[in-house]
Ligand binder design. Structure first.
Ligand code: SF4
Ligand code: FES
Length: 238
């Protein structure tokens, strides 16, 4: 495996050449906060909280560490004054965007940000438009049942034409990855409700516990080419 030597806050480390600065930092235990990064999904650099300073003084610049590749001899500052100032600004913007997002409030408090100078459009908003839900649906599930719609300030995550999505299989991956817990998702009497649709949950043939929506099991069967009945036994009973 090819390696490169880089400097985190002046400390020289060797890391695999294919990593981003964020991946390298985490591998080496340097703390960088993130909101729109997930290790199993493509990084798209939406939240900008992962900002770091790269280069050597005075020729440094701020970049998103989640999308910036490591390179031999790269100098990275994860907590310089300039970085902390940029993160505080990002958190103020996020507080204005989604004032009810608990994780944003916590991160803001950690960075000494108690309030925002920017206009709050919706005091009840929790979605930070990080796009993790959209990417999980597209990249992990492979169905693209939801997407970003409209332009700022009306931008939101929704189903096509804001109608019940036929593509949705009710797997709940979007709700699972959402850092602000804003995607409504309920389960009651063998029915999972998400994005305005009800999905019948299939019970395990052995223990009777619910496994997943029928639509999700049919999706797995289609991907694997196995009969759908093969998925009617839960993992614990196999
Ligand atoms: S619904 Fe959640 S995961 Fe999707 S963009 Fe909004 S905050 Fe991110
Ligand atoms: S984690 Fe890098 S921009 Fe959001």
């Amino acid at each position: 495996m090819e390696e490169v030597g880089i400097y985190f806050n002046g400390i020289f480390v060797k890391v695999p050449a294919e990593l981003t600065v964020l991946q390298a930092a985490r591998q080496q235990d340097f703390d960088i906060p993130t909101l729109c990064h997930h290790p199993d999904l493509t990084s798209e650099g939406h939240c900008r909280l992962c900002v770091v300073e790269v280069g050597e003084y005075p020729h440094t610049r701020l970049v998103n560490s989640c999308t910036y590749p490591v390179a031999n001899g790269l100098h990275v500052q994860t907590h310089s004054e300039r970085v902390l100032k940029a993160r505080r600004l990002v958190l103020e913007l996020l507080l204005a965007r989604a004032p009810q997002a608990k994780i944003v409030r916590e991160l803001a408090a950690d960075h000494g940000v108690d309030e925002t100078r920017f206009q709050v459009a919706d005091p009840e908003e929790r979605c930070i438009l990080c796009g993790l839900c959209v990417r999980a649906c597209r990249e992990i599930v492979g169905v693209a049942a939801i997407s970003m719609a409209f332009r700022s300030p009306e931008k939101l995550v929704t189903t096509p034409f804001q109608e019940k999505s036929e593509a949705c299989i009710g797997c709940g991956s979007c709700a699972f990855v959402c850092p602000t817990d804003v995607i409504p998702y309920t389960e009651k009497n063998g029915i999972r409700t998400i994005w305005g649709r009800d999905f019948e949950l299939v019970p395990c043939n052995v223990c009777g516990n619910y496994i997943a929506p029928r639509a999700q099991l049919e999706h797995w069967a289609k991907i694997t080419g196995d009969p759908v009945e093969n998925f009617f036994v839960c993992r614990d009973c196999r």
